[in-house]
Design a protein around this ligand. Structure first.
Ligand code: FE2
Length: 155
């Protein structure tokens, strides 16, 4: 289970980098940059929460993860791919937000699946929290996308 938590930590740190990269893209509007900056700050906080959670005594983390290591590796690959895109800075703001939305949607699912891992109520609650954080990010991205649509911004 500890391996899985380390993967989750890495994903949060990658997401922080991706969102910071998007936030610093000078081609994006202030509203988009601010949304990404807030999200980057939140990802940093999520990584910190995971780091703290890893101090939990081993016997309390005794559960079999619902997701396999391969599935988590796939999530990590996805996040790394997003970072490559972000670093190239050639995505439009809409594309960046849609990609971020897709990644967050996969993460909600991954964390929700892990919340179903039998054996540790502590882990169940923890993954349910992580899943909720991703859902909050989906809402935030969607709100930004909707606001732009209303203003007919297409860049
Ligand atoms: Fe997160």
């Amino acid at each position: 289970m500890r391996d899985l938590l380390i993967e989750c930590y890495k994903i949060e740190k990658l997401a922080e980098k991706v969102y910071m990269q998007f936030a610093d893209n000078s081609a994006y509007s202030k509203a988009v940059s601010e949304t990404f900056r807030e999200m980057a700050t939140e990802e940093r906080e999520h990584a910190r929460i995971i780091d703290m959670f890893m101090q939990t005594p081993e016997h309390e983390l005794d559960a079999t993860p619902s997701l396999t290591k391969d599935q988590m590796d796939e999530m990590l690959r996805l996040a790394k791919g997003l970072l490559v895109c972000a670093e190239k800075s050639d995505l439009s703001a809409n594309e960046a937000m849609k990609l971020a939305l897709q990644v967050e949607e996969q993460l909600v699912q991954a964390h929700a699946n892990n919340a179903l891992s039998p054996g540790s109520p502590k882990l169940t609650a923890f993954f349910a929290d992580l899943s909720q954080y991703d859902r909050d990010h989906i809402d935030k991205l969607q709100a930004c996308i909707d606001a732009r649509q209303q203003q007919s911004v297409t860049d």
